[in-house]
Design a protein around this ligand. Structure first.
Ligand code: NDP
Length: 504
């Protein structure tokens, strides 16, 4: 018999809310659901009764007060609603009915500074607040997402068991995601892809960086497809088959898997493949942009993360690109001569560039923890991304191992495994990049990742000249390599050309 009260409440029955509710129900949690527009709740309940084995675990409400009264204390209330002002408005409406000790869990894609503010404001009203990143889209929400929670330990302990139950699971031996969940038959074994990653906004920050990495991962894959299509003239289905074969090795990942499938999809309305008929203008919801802005704010050289966002903006200039293409038509000067060698080189390039993309993401997280007072366990972050989420990938196991071996690792490129991969792969990467450039093919992500690698491995950079220029026009001073760090000098460029030490 169902208990009088639900164990958890879900506000918002959009794509994510419905699926998280069903996931909770499948795991035996009595779930109260509420949606601002009541008929959505009714339709969901009808659907549950018709199709869902665990329908009895879901109870719907049309008004907030009875919804809240229908949940056992301390109440656990998950918000799966549009991020931004709707979240503030909904929290305000909930507060009228909540009691001290209840916990609100914002599962939307909130801006992490909003989460820090909300956590602080709610703490003053004795309400716990968790900002939890949820990744994996509709299917992840339904059968096991990756969950990145931020909040106090006390708040976390109120939702920990739920988060561990509904999260994606990976096989503890192989580290691979456990597939095969079905309605009414959830996965109940394995390592959960869920963790408390830090205080207040840490969960939403980690989710944001996850999305930034997702942008770059997608762009890298798209550029490899482009080179295979335009330099090797391979048809879409053959590229799809090639990606499917890459999905068996170190590149194995959800994004490669779906790309292989997408590329082999015929156009349902005519000749050729669907992907060729899709307009080349990429949309975005803003989390990639937030990641790039945060990298700029924190002084982290995450150039590829930014390039992935700029590439989407460039795609948006469709009309101007068409115009410019009439003035600067496509050129093919030097197509690669050996197909199979070039394919292999692109595969190597993709893996190398991907390592640099993740290196940038983790470098950003390192800097953010300093700035916001968090203490990330980077191995755990890599582990909870192994299943459920969009960037799930076999090589995250390697990242987890790198940070387990050295939790203070400054950059993934310094890890022995990753440095060996790039040592043996960067020549191929350079050849692919050169070939793309010679043939006029835009590869902002692949080439910026190479620039990142070359910048990071360079003992010296031309920043000496930048400093001299800055001193020339703005008396901004410079340090000398033959003096200790921290001593600043200025040369009187327009006067006697004497150098003086500047003491601040
Ligand atoms: P949907 O657009 O499918 O649903 C939006 C939900 O928000 C609806 O329940 C809607 O209620 C509610 N809502 C909108 N405005 C308000 C408001 N002013 N007050 C109260 N409720 C409101 O969104 P998703 O389910 O896709 O996403 C929900 C959250 O999860 C978002 O923050 C999103 O960024 C995040 N997310 C989404 C992922 C995805 O793949 N879709 C993945 C990870 C996170 P109503 O029916 O009344 O309009």
């Amino acid at each position: 018999m169902a208990p009088k009260k639900a164990q958890v409440g879900v506000v918002g029955l959009g794509v994510m809310g419905k699926n998280i509710s069903l996931n909770l129900a499948d795991h035996g949690y009595h779930t109260a659901v509420y949606n601002r527009t009541p008929h959505v709740t009714d339709e969901f309940l009808d659907y549950c009764r018709q199709y869902e084995p665990a329908w009895q675990f879901v109870t719907g409400f049309h008004d907030l007060e009875s919804f809240i009264q229908g949940i056992e204390k301390p109440r656990r209330i998950l918000l799966l609603i549009k991020a931004g002002q709707p979240t503030d408005l909904t929290i305000e409406s909930l507060l009228a009915f909540l009691d001290p000790g209840d916990v609100i869990v914002d599962c939307g894609n909130a801006y992490w500074l909003d989460t820090i503010r909300r956590e602080r404001e709610l703490r003053q009203r004795n309400i716990d607040f968790i900002g939890s990143g949820v990744s994996g889209g509709e299917t992840g929400a339904r059968f096991g997402p990756s969950l990145m929670a931020g909040g106090t330990l006390e708040a976390w302990q109120k939702i920990e068991s739920i988060w561990m139950s509904i999260a994606a699971k990976v096989d503890p031996v192989t580290g691979e995601p456990i597939e095969g969940a079905e309605p009414g038959k959830p996965i109940t074994w394995g390592e959960p892809c869920a963790a408390r990653v830090g205080e207040n906004g840490a969960g939403h920050y980690v989710k944001m960086v996850h999305n930034g990495i997702e942008y770059i991962d997608m762009q890298l894959i798209a550029e490899c497809y482009w080179l295979l299509k335009h330099l090797l003239k391979l048809p879409e289905n053959e590229i799809g088959q090639l990606f499917a074969s890459w999905n068996q090795g170190e590149l194995a990942s959800y994004l490669i898997e779906i790309t292989a499938d997408i590329l082999q999809q015929p156009d349902p309305h005519g000749e050729g493949f669907l992907v060729e008929k899709i307009l080349d203008v990429a949309g975005q919801k803003g989390t990639g942009k937030w990641t790039a802005i945060s990298a700029l704010d924190l002084g982290v050289p995450a150039n590829s993360l930014a390039e992935a966002v700029f590439a989407r903006y460039m795609s948006g200039l469709k009309q101007e690109r068409l115009q410019a293409n009439k003035i600067f038509p496509d050129t093919h000067t030097e197509l690669p001569s050996n197909k199979s060698i070039f394919q292999e080189q692109i595969k190597t390039t993709l893996y190398n560039a991907k390592i640099c993309a993740y290196a940038q993401g983790f470098q950003l997280l390192r800097q953010a923890q300093e700035a916001f007072g968090w203490h990330f366990d980077f191995a755990t972050l890599a582990k909870i991304w192994r299943g459920g989420c969009i960037i799930r990938a076999r090589f995250l196991k390697k990242i987890a191992s790198a940070y387990e071996a050295d939790p203070e690792l400054a950059n993934l490129l310094l890890d022995p495994y990753f440095s060996a991969v790039i040592q043996s792969g960067h020549t191929a990467w350079r050849q692919v990049t050169a070939s793309a450039v010679l043939n006029g093919q835009p590869i902002p992500a692949l080439s910026s990742a190479l620039a990142y690698f070359d910048g990071y491995r360079s003992a010296t950079l031309p920043a000496n000249l930048i400093q001299a220029q800055r001193d020339y026009f703005g008396a901004h001073t410079y340090e000398r390599i033959d003096q200790s760090r921290g001593r600043h000098y200025h040369l009187d460029w327009s006067g006697d050309r004497q150098e003086r030490q500047v003491v601040e």
